[in-house]
Design a protein around this ligand. Sequence first.
Ligand code: ATP
Ligand code: MG
Length: 189
Amino acid sequence: MQIEAAPTEKRYEKPEGERRGLIIVNTGDGKGKSTAAFGLALRAHGRGKAVKIYQFMKVPTARFGEHRMFEQIGIPIEGLGDGFSWKSQDLEHSAQLARDGWEKARATIMGGEHFMVVLDEITYPLIYGWLPLEGVLQTLRDRPKDVHVVLTGRRCPEEINELADTVTEMKLIKHAFKAGVPAQRGIED
Ligand code: ATP
Ligand code: MG
C-alpha cells in the first residue's frame, strides 16, 4: 500500500440541477447488491420516508435477518417468488408469480405514495424471460417524478442501465463461498 497526502481542497462544485427521483441499479457478480439496497431503504426510512421492498426471487414466508428487522422497524418487505429456479418445481408457475408480482410493484411505483421502491433480484425474471423488459422500462420512464426505484441482481439488462441514473457494479474480487465457506446466518441470510 502506498501512503498519499490527504486532500485539502473540495473535490467538486455543488451540482446545479434539480432533485428528483432516481433509478438506482446494483448489479455485478460480487456480494452486496441486496444489502446495499436494504441500506438505502434504512436510510430513507430514517428520514421518515415511505419505502416498500419487493423481492422477486424470495418466497413470501422468508424470514432472513432483514425480514425480521424490517418487521420490527416497520419497513414492508414482500417476497413475490417461489425461490431460485433450480428449487422451483414448475417454471411456468414461477413466471406467473413474477408477472403477478410485477403488477403489484408497478402499481406501487405508479401510485406515487412511496418515496422509494426496491425491486430486489428483478434482473432474474427479466433474464429468464418471465417478465417483458419493455413493460419494466415503460414503468420506470412513466413513473411519478419523485419516486426512487432501486433494482438489484446480476447481469442487469443494458437497456435498464442506460435509463438508470446511478449504476453500481459489485465487482467480484473474492467470495468466501469459493473457499468452501457455506452461507452463514447474519451474513448471507
Ligand atoms: P447480499 O444479499 O449479501 O447483498 P447480493 O445481493 O449481492 O448479496 P445475490 O446474487 O443476491 O448477491 O446472492 C445471493 C446470495 O449469494 C447472497 O447471500 C450472497 O452472499 C451470496 N453470493 C453473492 N455473491 C456470491 C458469489 N460470488 N459466490 C457465491 N455466493 C455469492
Ligand atoms: Mg441479492
